[in-house]
Ligand binder design. Structure first.
Ligand SMILES: Cc1ncc(COP(=O)(O)O)c(C=O)c1O
Length: 402
């Protein structure tokens, strides 16, 4: 990357900015034609409810143009906040609309958390591996990352407290960041007993949890997993998103936080962008208010289930001797761990030349990257193109392994 001229004296934050591995890779793939891409992490365009959006835009402009096209409150459109509070509430834990802040994607929620909670050098404990975009967003506030031990089921709660204690001499640990359901990048889901144990460990350690949950509605069996929020209440900040269930282009997410904290987050958001698009909030509320999501999510789940099955079967056919993975029960990702001697970044050129793309796993580790890993996203494409792409990937990896 070329640096701006010396006229523009960058801050330490500006100097530290680098292109994300995925963005750079997406540019490379864009320039290579005919590649089956498992790299992007994009929801399937087949799940975008285009007709519903057209109807809702028309309705909002006809009936509410004067407010929908105006500036709005920073915390968001009240009916949408009430709908979200209701959706997040359980029999044991009521979430009130005042706890909800509408954000411009859950990515903004991560940035706001960094802004109001992190001083340089503060500890942030993360899963191993974790969402690269969270490392980037929180990284803007110069934290010290601590990688928490994880296995095929996600975080190992029994090891959380000792890991936090171990890190304590180096300074305060401000939060544990977790994606418990259909995690990005691994597709893993934390079992209920571990969720309970994780919340208890975080409560005993007095280190709050950030629960990032954009994939929860994409369970292939339609099942709802118990949220950390419902178990931990005021000990948890919850991030949600409409990106994976309606459209990521609308940039609409939300967070639920304890009352005093949510006001701080709201002030930070006000300074950042005043508020999230009023028009889009009206439109999304118009789409979801009468039960649209029920049948719509069933369609999304069926599409991703078929793609996941195809990838799993093809991996079993072509790569069972060179890699291990676990079959996801929801979401958009499979995480591949190759034979120890293989480096997924070093294989990428050969894979692209052969016609298949993936994201090497290294950048998803906050510390000590495991280079023999890769993230495969099966959300776009069909079961047939996915099987074809894994066939190509299998040849590239088998060749490198011999
Ligand atoms: C775990 C996780 N958190 C947050 C985001 C950001 O999503 P949004 O589109 O809501 O900003 C993503 C996007 O892929 C993600 O995978």
């Amino acid at each position: 990357m070329t640096e701006p001229s010396s006229l523009w004296q960058l801050s330490a934050r500006g100097r530290g900015l680098t292109d994300s591995a995925i963005r750079a890779l997406t540019k490379r793939i864009g320039a290579t034609s005919g590649v089956v891409s498992f790299a992007g992490g994009l929801p399937s365009p087949a799940t975008f409810p285009e007709t519903e959006f057209a109807r809702a835009f028309d309705h909002v402009i006809r009936h509410s143009a004067k407010t929908a096209l105006q500036y709005g409150p920073t915390d968001g459109f009240p009916p949408l906040r009430a709908w979200i509070a209701d959706a997040l509430s359980t029999a044991d834990r009521r979430i009130v609309p005042e706890q909800i802040l509408i954000t411009s994607g859950s990515q903004q929620g991560l940035d706001l958390i960094g802004k109001v909670m992190l001083d340089p050098g503060d500890g942030v404990a993360v899963e191993t591996p974790t969402y690269l975009g969270a490392l980037q967003a929180l990284g803007m506030y110069f934290p010290r990352y601590l990688s928490l031990p994880s296995d095929d089921q996600g975080l190992i709660p029994e090891e959380v407290e000792s890991a936090l204690r171990h890190a304590a001499p180096e300074g305060v640990c401000k939060m544990i960041y977790s994606i418990p359901t259909f995690q990005n990048p691994t597709g893993r889901t934390l079992p209920l007993a571990r969720r309970v144990a994780l919340v208890e460990a975080s409560q005993r350690s007095c280190v709050p949890l950030i629960e990032d949950d954009p994939y929860a509605a994409l369970a292939y069996d339609g099942r709802q997993h118990t949220t950390l929020l419902s178990l931990g209440g005021d000990h948890v900040v919850y991030l949600g998103s409409f990106s994976k269930i309606l459209s990521p282009g609308i940039r609409l997410g939300y967070m639920a936080a304890p009352l005093p904290l949510v006001r701080k987050l709201e002030m930070a958001k006000q300074a950042s962008d005043l508020h999230t698009s009023t028009l889009m909030q009206h439109v999304v509320f118009e789409i979801i208010k009468d039960g649209f999501l029920g049948p719509h999510l069933k369609n999304c789940q069926a599409l991703y289930r078929a793609n996941a099955q195809s990838m799993h079967d093809a991996l079993h056919l072509h790569l069972r001797d060179c890699a291990r993975w676990s079959a996801p029960t929801g979401g958009m990702f499979i995480w591949l761990e190759l034979l120890a001697q293989l480096d997924a970044s070093a294989l990428l050129d050969a894979a692209l030349a052969a016609g298949v793309a993936y994201v090497p796993g290294g950048p998803f580790f906050a510390t000590s990257p495991k280079v023999n890993t890769m993230r495969l996203c099966f959300s776009t494409g069909t079961p047939e193109t996915i099987a074809h792409g894994i066939g190509i990937l299998g040849r590239v990896i088998r060749e490198a392994a011999t």
